[in-house]
Design a binder for this molecule. Structure first.
Ligand code: SF4
Ligand code: SF4
Length: 257
């Protein structure tokens, strides 16, 4: 169940302190980007990697997650990656505990790298599936191997670059990025009240600049995971995700109206 820690934040930091102390200490409980997400979802990925070595059919779950990210893109943007993907949960809940890098490296943001990884991995996956088709255990094994290898690569990218660096190049995320531009919830802000403290950007798992995006009042960056970490971290409560249903209805209704 989501835990609202905004009260703690406002109690911990006076307006003057907040404005003079960016960036926020990410280790405080209220600053964690997995704020309202499941604490155990990453175990699904671990179970598929370990269990898939013995029961390859389990690997078909990877196909469901892969399709989920892509098919939800035109409706929710990259929300799947931010809230429902077990591997996304792993980056935020496990890797961010082990290591936290504030800046997404330039190579992870490169479009060429993004497109290159997409072509390479989709090509490899399609080729293997063509040979495995008809034998569902072999198909499942293809997905288990892909999940295992790409997770190992993602861990390396997390250790050397940024905990969510993999999400910048993940093929499913890339397709959701393209399909989800301007879709789903969009960041909005009560501009006169924003203190430019940077607390929202400090907790963004994709190293975006929430207050700047929201102030532009246009489509939010397509890599936004709609995770609400920035919304929930804002000490003065001026940021919100706007759609038919605000991210935190109890306190956002007035702002979203
Ligand atoms: S939106 Fe909130 S957290 Fe972000 S800079 Fe403005 S006051 Fe700070
Ligand atoms: S901008 Fe806010 S909602 Fe979007 S990914 Fe960053 S923290 Fe999450």
């Amino acid at each position: 169940m989501p835990i609202d820690t905004r009260t703690e934040v406002s109690e911990m930091t006076s307006p003057v302190e907040t404005a003079s102390k960016p960036p926020v200490d990410w280790k405080t409980r209220s600053a964690r980007p997995w704020y309202h997400r499941s604490r155990w979802l990453w175990m699904v990925m671990a179970a598929v990697i370990v269990g898939g070595a013995f029961y390859p059919l389990i690997g078909l779950a990877v196909a469901i997650c892969f399709l989920g990210a892509i098919l939800s893109g035109p409706f929710f943007g990259r929300k799947w990656c931010g809230v429902w993907c077990p591997r996304g949960n792993f980056w935020d809940r496990i890797m961010s505990q082990a290591i936290r890098k504030p800046k997404m490296p330039a190579w992870a943001k490169s479009k060429a790298v993004r497109v290159g990884v997409l072509i390479a991995l989709m090509g490899a996956m399609t080729t293997q599936l063509v040979f495995a088709w008809g034998d569902w255990e072999a198909v499942g094994r293809v997905f288990v191997i892909l999940l295992t290898v790409t997770t190992a690569v993602g861990v390396f990218m997390a250790l050397t670059g940024h905990q969510r660096a993999w999400c910048k190049v993940c093929p499913a995320g890339t397709m959701a990025y393209w399909l989800g531009k301007g879709k789903g919830q969009q960041l909005r802000i009560g501009q006169p009240d924003c203190r430019n403290c940077g607390a929202c950007g400090a907790v963004c798992p994709m190293d975006l600049t929430p207050q700047a995006m929201a102030a532009a009042d246009g489509p939010t960056h397509a890599d936004c995971l709609k995770c609400s970490a920035c919304v929930n971290r804002c000490p003065v409560n001026v940021l919100w995700l706007e759609s038919g249903k605000p991210a935190v209805p109890s306190t956002r209704e007035g702002k979203a109206a």
